[in-house]
Design a protein around this ligand. Structure first.
Ligand code: IMP
Ligand code: MG
Length: 183
């Protein structure tokens, strides 16, 4: 385990099992259709790479980059930093996100995508942290529901570090400047 972590919350084997299950559900639900996965950079990268390998329907990939976070506190102000390359008009869109916390990022993204006339839009998140939810967003696919702890690894960062860890871990208090609290 990395020295800055106090515990491993979700091990690599548990991640693999959970993602396989998600892939099977998604493949069944979208059978016969072409899916457009919209990954939310940068946190989605490891999850999306593993998820897409477990999806058997025809799949396109596109990405957006949003910003709402600095350090461990969500500021609630969301901006689009990088937009989709292709139109999603008439397409079945599945948003792929690392974690839904306050829900403000997803609320913004859903609104933004729905104005572009997709056939459908659903949300797939690796992690759901429902204890600090501010905006009620409909999550169709959840990998794991987690307690109100600041987690890193498997794509999730703290000040851009730890994304490369192959598991999800909880940062030690002294590695975090200021405790994570719901605002
Ligand atoms: P929300 O808008 O509060 O739902 O926050 C969504 C974004 O905040 C996620 O896409 C993450 O980038 C980031 N985030 C929320 N909780 C955590 C965490 O525990 N660790 C790392 N990033 C987090
Ligand atoms: Mg993110």
């Amino acid at each position: 385990m990395h020295k800055d972590l106090e515990e491993i919350l979700i091990s690599t084997p548990r991640l693999n099992t959970g993602i396989k299950k998600l892939g099977r559900r998604i493949s069944a639900d979208y059978a016969g259709r072409t899916l457009t996965l919209v990954g939310v950079l940068k946190g989605c990268v490891l999850f999306m790479a593993d998820l897409v390998k477990n999806i058997s329907v025809e799949t396109r990939l596109d990405f957006m980059m949003l910003s709402s976070y600095s350090g461990t506190q969500s500021t609630g102000v969301v901006r689009t930093i990088l937009d989709l390359k292709d139109s999603i008009e008439g397409r079945d869109v599945l948003i792929v996100e690392d974690i839904v916390d306050s829900g403000l990022t997803m609320k913004y993204l859903l609104r933004s995508l729905k104005t572009r006339s997709p056939r459908s839009v659903e949300i797939c998140t690796l992690l759901d942290k429902p204890s600090c939810r501010k905006a009620n967003v409909p999550i169709k696919y959840t990998g794991f529901t987690i307690p109100n702890k600041f987690v890193v690894g498997y794509g999730l960062d703290y000040n851009e570090l730890y994304r490369n860890l192959p598991y999800i871990g909880v940062l030690k208090k002294d590695a975090v400047e200021g405790k994570k609290t719901c605002r």
